[in-house]
Structures are given as C-alpha cells and as structure tokens.
Design a protein around this ligand. Sequence first.
Ligand SMILES: Cc1cc2nc3c(=O)[nH]c(=O)nc-3n(C[C@H](O)[C@H](O)[C@H](O)COP(=O)(O)OP(=O)(O)OC[C@H]3O[C@@H](n4cnc5c(N)ncnc54)[C@H](O)[C@@H]3O)c2cc1C
Length: 422
Amino acid sequence: MTFNRRKFIAVGTAAAATLSAPAVLADGHGKPRVVVIGGGSGGATAARYIAKDSKGAINVTLVEPSRSYFTCYFSNLYIGGFTDLEDISHTYGTLAAKYGINVVHDWAVDVDRDSKTVSLAGGAVLPYDKLILSPGIDFVEDAVPGWSVAAQNKMPHAYKAGSQSELLKAQIMAMPEGGRFAMVAPPNPYRCPPGPYERISMVAHVLKQMNPTAKILVADPKPKFSKQALFEEGWQRHYGGMVERIGPDFGGENVSVDTEAMTIDIDGMVENVDICNVIPAQKAGRIADMAGVTEGNWAPVNAADMSSKVDPDVHVLGDAAAQGDMPKSGFAANSQAKVCAMAVRGALTGSKVFPAKFTNTCWSLIAEDDGVKVGATYEATEEKIAKVDGFISQTGEDAATRKATYEESVGWYAGITTDMFD
Ligand SMILES: Cc1cc2nc3c(=O)[nH]c(=O)nc-3n(C[C@H](O)[C@H](O)[C@H](O)COP(=O)(O)OP(=O)(O)OC[C@H]3O[C@@H](n4cnc5c(N)ncnc54)[C@H](O)[C@@H]3O)c2cc1C
C-alpha cells in the first residue's frame, strides 16, 4: 500500500475541525466496517447516507430478513382504501446497486460487543467497527392477557405492516352487517402515537360505506392521546355515533381477550366482537436486548450521535431508542439516522460533523381529504433529544386547509421513502 502523505494531512486537518474524536479507525484491517441491523426507516436511511456520503471509504453491510419492507406509514391508508399494498412496499436493490451496500437478507441473532461481531441466523459472523441497531419494536409478552404473538392471525396487531395489514383489511371487508370492531390500544410509549386513532378513522371510513350499522369499540389504557381533540372532532363530523372509546376512567386499562371465543373483557364487561385489533405494549426489537444495550424496554442513547449510553461503538435508532422528546415515528427514525450517519462517518473517516438537529411531523388522515398534523423541531442536549418548538393543526380548520394537509403528507411519503431506499 502506498502511503499518501498529502491525503493523510488533509484527513488530519478535517478531523481537527470536527466536533467528534479524531478519526480513521479501521484498526489495521483495511476499510472501516459498519454493520446496520434492520432495513426499516432508521436502518435503511443510515446505511444509505453512510455509503453515499463516504463514497466507498466505508464498508456498509445492512442486515434485514425481509426482501420487501412495507412502511407502517400509510398502512392505515391502505386499510382505508386510499392506497395499495404495493405502493407502500420498498426493496433494497438500489441501496446495493447504486451505493454498494452489502445487503444481507438474514436475521441477526447475536451481538458480541467484546469481539465486535454480529452473528446471523444463517451462520455468518460479521465484524464491525461501528454497529447501528434499528430493529423497531417487539411486543411485551402477556401485556394483554389472552393474547400472544401466536394468536396474531386471529386477533391481528397490524403494527408491523405487510401481511398483518392485509389480514386486518380482509377481516374488515368480511365483517358481518352491523358487526363490532374492537381495538385494544397500547400504553405509552409506543410506535406512532396517533397510529391507533388514524386506524380507527380509516376503519370507520370503510365501515361507513360498506357496513354503516357496524360499531367500533376502543379500549384504551391512556387518559389522553395524540391529536385527541382533532380526532374526536373528526369522528363526530364524519362518523357520528360509530366510535366508542373506553378510557382508563371506565376500565380501559383492565382488558383481556379470548381469541377462541372472540370476546374482549373490559373491566369485567365481556363483549362479543367480530374483529379484535390488539396492539400490545411495546419494547425495543429483541436484538437490542441481546446486544445488552437496553435498560428496561428501550435502549438509552446520547442525543448528539445516537450512540448507546453503554457502548460508544453501538448506535441505536428509531423506535428502539430511549432518546428523549421525539415520538417513535418513521420521520423521527429517518432524522436520527442522518445525525448518526454523519457522526459515524466523522468518527471513521474524519469528515466534518455538525451539531445534531432533528425534525418530525406526524400526519393523520381522518376521512377523505381531511388531514391533520403535529410536528416539532429538536436539538441534542447532554441529557436527551429536547424539543425546541412545535405546531399542531387546529380544530375547526376549513376544508381547504385539511385537504392541503393531506396532500402535504402524500408529498412527504414520496420524499422520505426516496431518502431511504433510492
Ligand atoms: C399504523 C402505523 C402508522 C404509522 N404512521 C406513521 C406516519 O404516518 N409517519 C411516521 O413517521 N411514522 C409512522 N409510523 C411509525 C413508523 O412506522 C415507525 O416509527 C418506524 O418505522 C420506526 O423505524 P425503525 O427503523 O425504528 O423500525 P422499522 O421501520 O420497523 O424497521 C425495523 C426493521 O428491523 C428489522 N429487524 C428487526 N429485528 C431484526 C434482526 N434481529 N435482524 C435483522 N433485522 C431485524 C425488521 O425486519 C424491520 O424491517 C406508523 C406506525 C404504525 C404501526
């Protein structure tokens, strides 16, 4: 290997100007290696940005079992009939072909932080200099008595998109006339705070057209929820009398189900239901636990670079991270991934690292052309990702504003999925 002194000096100078530690950490094994576990919102973005911006200087491997990633965002719109399943499906060909990312379709089954290796179900062992975990969520076991993942085809969660979304939609289409749809809503914190309520809106939208005497029952352990006034106003306006929500004051936190009898027990009141959409309490995807970076259900991180509080060479993104004020959303995961990618590249190649800034907006569709949103900007403090300022749609907004909000969300979807997969 020829030693290029000018290049060395250039790298050294750049490193001195960065906010992170000095660079070049290939540890004598050639190019630095980054392994990303999870090819969803956080992982795909991080892999893409590191590979794209380092222009081949870093080896990036992305480990993801699925060949198609179905976004949860817009999966409620699929249920409502506003989009097709193919339109929310994304593949990894461009990440491999255009950016040289080594995409491995397999499960990561172990992380050894001492030897800095990841083991895959297929037997391969991947060494890393920096590991990025973005495995999304798993469900807390026994969170809803009577329900387990084994029963997910009887009572779907549809909180990981794809076949579960398809199943829930098929159940709604086949629901008997005047039947009952129940949802068990999750406790905080969970993926996509407005997600369950957008789903209720989309289910009501379908039932209003196909099955107008049907009823929707929501058992909710939370006293209040995201964009509540906006959803309640919308339900009243479009679906008057169809939706009944039972909060904790009336036993909404004391729920069990019987998947065989198709009943839901809300604080001793047993109801027969035709569909039961159980969205259990959530925790970081299991591999974060296996890597030993979780504390309780989530993985605490440093806001400046999304590095784990227990290991500076492991970064945790998206839903799995305990990061502070951001909601668990695809937009947030994408935003965090860009901060992480810049920091990882800086640490491995000496490229410039700018102070972390984050943004998020969560749009929800309540009925056709009736969209609402909530959003904020954030900065990194010593303690957490801290909210700087925010905005929210107002009740009583006119139809043109609501329509424009929905159209904005369609543009956002196209933009953010391009930013992850193209
Ligand atoms: C109904 C619903 C609606 C939503 N709507 C919105 C919205 O409008 N806007 C928004 O911003 N967000 C929305 N979200 C939230 C958003 O989907 C998540 O917050 C986001 O996907 C989190 O990104 P992530 O990278 O943490 O996890 P994910 O995107 O779930 O990606 C995790 C990936 O890791 C993989 N994985 C897990 N374990 C392993 C392993 N051991 N080895 C290898 N791979 C593994 C999984 O296969 C998965 O592909 C919604 C969610 C739901 C459920």
